[in-house]
Ligand binder design. Structure first.
Ligand SMILES: *Cc1c(COP(=O)(O)O)cnc(C)c1O
Length: 395
């Protein structure tokens, strides 16, 4: 009989043998278009969720410093005991008005927000209908909930309709979807989702982590992009991506929903308040975004440019208009090899393969950022095309 620890060792070694062991890159600088690794190497970074380049923005750093001086390092409490500071309230109100929702409740992360959402609002009399490509945190949140679970193929509206018919007798039906599917950079068909929800009297929940701050005319998110701003019932999102890149998450919805979450949502009741300097930094990020759409425009212009360059060279991309631009490579070893060559030449990209994406659909997922310069993007294109030619990916 193998011992527990022997088994873990073997499982880990098996991952390594299959080339699937995750290794962490150690960075010795701030997040930015270029990062310096702990060993001193510099790399152009195409992997961060730092879409608007705000993770090291001077105004946000100052706002964080001021909040440190005023509120100290941390709240040392959950919200309802003694962890609600004026910045928490201010950020909740500000997010509500930014997103066009009635009210907002903060969490330590969006993972927690999704974990504390479903079981607090629904039980075995209800049903949740979930897109098959939804984020792990939605999947886990749904698992915690006693509601009946139905799943439809990614963005497949016929299947969604079928699921809605199947749970017509449920007390409440809730459709749950990512606003943007992060492995593909594709956008949920929120208009069709909302139309179906209306027909079947269902609620709509959207996790907009990869859209808040930069998708839609004013960057409000995929609900704005799809023109359904007043038709989504529950929005969840993160403070750890475009909105400054620190950490924290939220649920925005109507007052009745948020009021109940404050009473009963377990990650909210039993986990520390987000650090006041992060709340203040996020408020500053929202100031920046509301005062000008320059960053948003720059991000999308970078994405269009980079996508166009790669397409011209003959790379296989997934179509789309999101700054996530996946380069499709098929088998995992090829994706890993291309990522290695790019990294050795100073471009940080990572290969994604099964189980994160389906078998045979391995890829390198690139992510644009408003702070990348055209020179940096040209440099990346040069390095990627050189490596891809070497491997026979393009000719
Ligand atoms: C990143 C992400 C999360 C997790 O956000 P955290 O705040 O880092 O926990 C949740 N949902 C989606 C769709 C995400 O992309």
């Amino acid at each position: 009989m193998k011992t527990f620890r022997e088994r873990l060792k073997e499982d880990t070694q098996a991952l390594e043998g299959a080339g699937l062991l995750k290794r962490e890159l150690v960075i010795g600088s701030a997040q930015g278009p270029v990062i310096t690794l702990a060993d001193g190497r510099e790399m152009i970074n195409l992997c961060a969720n730092n879409y608007l380049g705000l993770a090291n923005h001077p105004d946000i750093l100052s706002a964080g410093h001021r909040a440190l001086d005023k509120y100290g390092y941390g709240a040392a409490s959950v919200r309802f005991i003694c962890g609600t500071m004026s910045v928490h309230r201010e950020l909740e109100q500000r997010l509500s008005s930014y997103l066009g929702m009635q009210d907002t409740i903060l969490y330590s992360s969006c993972f927690d927000a999704n974990g504390g959402l479903f079981e607090t609002l629904l039980d075995e009399k209800d049903a949740i209908i979930s897109d098959s490509l939804n984020h792990a945190s939605i999947i886990d949140g749904v698992r915690l909930c006693k509601a009946k679970r139905l799943r439809y193929a990614n963005n497949d509206m016929n299947e969604l309709e079928h699921c809605l018919q199947q749970c017509a007798d449920a007390r409440v039906r809730l459709i749950a979807t990512d606003g943007v599917f992060s492995m593909d950079g594709s956008i949920a068909k929120l208009r069709d989702v909302c139309d179906l929800a209306e027909r079947f009297n269902a609620l709509v929940m959207v996790d907009d982590s990869h859209a808040t701050g930069f998708m839609g005319k004013r960057g409000r998110g995929s609900h704005e992009f799809c023109d359904v701003m007043q038709r989504v019932d529950i929005l969840t999102g993160t403070l750890g991506k475009a909105l400054g890149g620190a950490s924290g998450g939220y649920i925005s919805a109507d007052q009745d929903i948020v009021a109940w979450l404050r009473q009963r949502s377990r990650p909210y009741l039993f986990s520390n308040s987000i650090p006041p300097m992060v709340a203040a930094g996020t408020l500053c990020a929202l100031d920046i975004l509301e005062s000008s759409d320059d960053l948003c425009r720059q991000l999308h212009s970078n994405a269009r440019y980079f996508r166009g360059q790669l397409q011209q060279l003959g790379f296989a991309l997934l179509p789309g208009e999101h700054p996530i631009i996946p380069i499709m490579l098929g088998e995992a070893p090829l994706a890993v090899r291309l990522a290695e060559l790019a990294q050795a030449a100073g471009v940080y990209v990572v290969a994604f393969s099964f189980p994160v994406v389906p078998h045979g659909k391995a890829r390198i997922r690139t992510q644009m950022n408003a702070a990348h310069s055209l020179e940096q993007l040209d440099q990346v294109v040069k390095i990627l095309s050189c490596a891809a030619r070497q491997l026979g990916v393009i000719i």
